[in-house]
Ligand binder design. Structure first.
Ligand code: FAD
Ligand code: MLT
Ligand code: ZN
Length: 839
């Protein structure tokens, strides 16, 4: 419930987009950019034709459509490097695009990013017929590479439906799994080396053909599965296995999921060394595919069953393998595990059966729109997801189908609808992600996060891992130009800093913040004394500014340097600076933190306050004692409180008394409450918006107590809810107590009502509830009005935010730096070193 500093909330209530606003950090494309691109690539490789652009802006499913104005097609690493150096200097956002068959919206722009296609980079450099090491450019088509090495008796270590469209660079960037992962393992094992063009044009060459290389960190692994957010892969070195001489395929019908699992166990036992695929589809997937694609044949037209399996073997002795497979088939049929089946050894027959499996998603595309999910789950529970979703969506005209890579514990849940339907989406998300998270699965087994799931990463990865990913992103792509809005969760951006103009040059230096380094460092130093707390200025806690400065320099130089190179963080510091000595200093600080919340601020805060204690955390003085259990409601059924609520009365002026708050409650099951908090904070003529999601679990025998210890999205605060009064569809009186980076034991009370203003008739009940915790409703609470006006039409937040920065002159800052004495000089030097090192 508290405004704090942390990551943004999942976009749970929005449509399937990564973010709703273009990030103002990126420059719009100018004619002179086109001239530079043309000079590097030639006219024919700078595509602006509207028809061609339309195709490249649209993803394979027709679900995500961008508005890029240019497609670039380099044919060499050098060209690619020059293009990236230019984009980096100009802060032009770039989306790498290979075969554009990705299924998470990663390969198309969200807004107007430059599309960088790799299809022109399709040279095969070498193939070592002894080791099986293949070296090629990243734009080579997977199927073509397979044909090329087939002549030498080798095969590619991966296979997937769109093999004649997707490119090896796209495969590596998504860490594609596919149909043969059970046999050849993941690309993390097969990729020997990569050549990568980094965001600023630097060429990173790790194109070794060696299988073994233990010289420290294996940096190429970072780019496998990075979905183009860390660098653009220009070359791939891959270990290819020998092509199997004999391939056989069984298509089996089984009567239930346990039989499918048992067949898998037995196949591993009896066919282990030749098993090369173990796939499944349910009857809905089969029916839909046969219906949509009449040229596809049903391999078992006489046998209806709930599940079908494809079991492939690949070995070196055809007769021997076939005999093994046949014996397996007959034994399982005799034991009643298999209802029926067919065994194919003939190449065309095998291809025909594979066509059915590979075309399920093609059929889904033809049937209408698809909500597509790709989960890793414990194999025994895997199909339960499809069954639960089928039941949950009963009231809608949808077709819920399941298929996937049973052998890899990877299920594809697909919900097919005629048109996109927000109600269906709302019932699916975050429900399916929670389902997976509760079983410690992954919300993306092989398709990646792209723009579809970037906001949901927290359902699989913990905060530490996400933080590390963000640090890596910052290190490798400091301007954030590579595939923005994808993979990592978006942050609300309230500030539009002006990107460097074309005339400012295109070198890396021109892309850095325009204020002088000295001023920047001074700003950070002087403002840092205010950063720690909404609520309590540092000096009043008895810490001297000099001490704080020295502590920061000694313990948090990295975080400080990161902050001063990050515009949003810097603006936060400037904003906080403006609060100093203002009439309502605390409210001003809270509003700054809300306005400029971002990860650099969070990193700085985490170091300065939480880890190093340079800025003291306010101790729990029991100002907000936890109420006795007798004060809580004895029953509270979370499922009866779903939907929209307003805070119409609040106790703590820091946290609860803003106007215009609207919150949404969801209860995917009893005992759980997910609360999406939308703050709308008045700025006089307008308001700022921010939102977070808190996840609560009810205490089993104390229904009026909801604990907040497992937020799915990392937040820098948590507070437990003590429900003092509640009536479904009327009100909820919440007394909360919690901790944040700045304050242990903060608390307050909020009263939610369905109406935007507190109805008179509830007040007596509120007075009685408040009394239970020794509060006086009439004196201690302020009524708030939530009938918000829309944003004024002419408001330009960017201009106003930047105006704030101008209020603080260099002279003022110098004056404020005085108390740091020597520490200031040392800090400046230290930061300068950090800054140049980070460049
Ligand atoms: P794209 O779709 O163009 O790009 C995918 C991502 O990688 C994007 O984020 C893009 O920005 C980035 N990227 C592309 N090239 C580069 C590069 N050179 N450097 C850096 N980043 C880059 N996937 C599976 O894992 N298993 C399957 O079985 C499977 N089956 C599929 C079946 C069908 C019918 C379809 C349509 C898709 C299927 N996919 C599957 C998904 C998809 O084909 C794979 O993700 C594939 O690896 C994408 O390759 P691509 O060349 O089309 O890449
Ligand atoms: C598949 O296994 O068929 C692919 O991953 C594509 C899909 O999930 O639709
Ligand atoms: Zn798949």
């Amino acid at each position: 419930m508290r405004p704090g500093i942390g990551l943004s909330a999942p976009a749970r209530f929005s449509r399937t987009v990564a973010t709703s606003a273009r990030d103002g950090r990126y420059a719009p494309l100018e004619q002179r950019d086109i001239e530079v691109f043309t000079e590097v690539l030639g006219t024919q490789n700078v595509i602006r034709d509207s028809q061609a652009l339309e195709a490249c802006n649209r993803d394979w499913m027709g679900k995500y459509v961008g508005q890029s104005q240019v497609v670039l097609r380099p044919s060499s690493t050098k060209q690619l490097s020059k293009v990236m150096a230019h984009c980096h200097g100009r802060r032009l956002a770039v989306v790498p695009q290979a075969g554009n068959t990705g299924l998470a919206g990663g390969s198309v722009p969200v807004f107007d990013e430059v599309i960088l296609q790799t299809g022109g980079m399709d040279q095969i450099h070498s193939f070592d017929e002894v080791s099986g090491a293949l070296q090629c450019q990243s734009g080579c088509i997977l199927g073509k590479l397979n044909e090329h090495i087939a002549e030498a008796g080798y095969t590619m270590p991966l296979d997937l439906g769109p093999k004649d469209e997707c490119q090896i660079g796209g495969n590596v960037s998504t860490n594609a799994g596919g149909l043969k992962l059970i046999r050849y393992g993941s690309l993390h094992g097969s990729v020997l080396g990569l050549e990568v063009v980094l965001a600023d044009g630097t060429i990173l060459d790790t194109m070794t053909p060696l299988r073994k290389d233990n010289t420290g960190y294996d940096v190429k692994q970072l780019f496998i599965g990075a979905e183009g957010t860390l660098g653009i892969i220009s070359g791939v070195s891959l270990l290819c296995p020998p092509r199997p001489a004999a391939v056989n395929l069984m298509f089996l019908a089984v009567q239930d999921w346990p039989s499918a699992l048992q067949t898998f166990v037995r196949a591993k036992r009896k066919l282990g060394e030749i098993l090369s695929a173990f796939e499944f589809l349910d009857s809905s997937a089969l029916d839909l595919t046969l219906h949509q694609l009449p040229h596809i044949k049903n391999p078992l037209p006489q046998q209806q069953a709930p599940f079908y399996l494809l079991v492939e073997t690949s070995g070196s002795n055809g007769d021997h393998d076939y005999a093994k497979l046949k014996a397996f088939f007959e034994a399982e049929k005799r034991d009643g595990l298999i209802l029926d089946g067919t065994v194919a050894s003939d190449k065309d027959h095998i291809a025909e059966i594979w066509r059915l499996r590979e075309n399920i998603s093609v059929a889904l595309n033809k049937a209408g729109k698809t909500y597509k999910y790709d989960m890793s789950l414990p194999v025994a529970e895997m199909y339960g997801l499809v069954e639960d979703v089928r039941e949950r969506l009963q009231q809608y005209p949808v077709n819920v189908v399941g298929y996937g890579h049973l052998g890899d514990s990877n299920i594809h849940l697909n919900v097919s609808t005629e048109t996109w339907n927000d109600d269906v989406l709302h019932d699916l998300e975050p429900y399916v992600y929670e389902w997976v998270s509760e079983r410690r699965g992954s919300i993306s087994a092989e398709h990646g996060l792209g723009q579809m799931k970037s906001q949901y990463i927290g359902y699989t990865k913990g905060p530490e891992a996400i933080n590390m990913m963000q640090s890596l992103k910052q290190l490798l792509d400091p301007n954030g130009i590579l595939n923005p809005y994808k993979v990592l969760p978006a942050e609300p951006k309230f500030l539009t800093a002006t990107p460097p103009s074309f005339s400012a040059g295109t070198g890396p230096d021109s892309a850095s913040y325009s204020a002088s380094q000295d001023l920047v460092i001074s700003l950070a130093l002087s403002s840092s004394i205010l950063l720690g707390q909404p609520g309590a200025a540092l000096a009043s806690d008895g810490q001297s500014a000099g001490e704080v400065g020295k502590c920061l320099f000694a313990n948090c130089p990295g975080a400080l340097a990161q902050c001063v190179t990050d515009k949003t963080c810097l603006q936060d510091l400037i904003c906080l600076q403006g609060c100093s000595g203002s009439e309502d200093e605390t409210a001003c600080q809270v509003s700054c933190n809300q306005r400029y919340e971002n990860k650099a601020v969070a990193a700085f805060q985490a170091c300065a306050v939480t880890q190093e204690g340079c800025v003291a955390q306010k101790a729990d003085e029991n100002l907000y004692p936890a109420p006795p259990i007798s004060a809580l409601v004895s029953d509270f059924d979370t499922t009866k409180y779903k939907g929209k609520w307003y805070i119409t009365a609040g106790q703590n002026e820091l946290f609860d008394q803003f106007d215009c708050q609207v919150h949404y409650f969801d209860a995917p099951k009893p005992g759980v409450l997910d609360v999406k908090l939308n703050w709308r904070i008045s700025t006089g003529d307008d308001f700022l918006e921010r939102s977070d999601t808190q996840n609560f679990k009810q205490v089993k025998d104390t229904k009026g107590l909801l604990l907040n210890h497992d937020n799915v999205k990392p937040l820098h605060y948590e507070d437990d809810w003590h429900i003092l009064a509640a009536k479904p569809d009327k009100y909820i009186f919440v007394y909360y107590k919690g901790n944040n980076d700045a304050w242990k034991g903060y608390g307050g009370s909020t009263i939610y009502t369905r109406e935007s203003v507190m109805p008179e008739e509830y007040k007596d009940e509120m007075r009685a509830a408040a009394k239970k915790v020794n509060l006086d409703f009439d004196k201690d609470f302020k009524l708030t009005d939530n009938t918000c006006k829309p944003h004024p039409a002419d408001t330009d937040k960017a201009t106003r935010a930047e105006g704030n920065a101008d209020d603080v002159s260099a002279r003022d800052l110098e004056d404020m730096l005085e108390p740091f004495g020597n520490g200031r000089v040392i800090l400046k030097k230290g930061l300068a070193k950090q800054l140049s090192a980070s460049k």
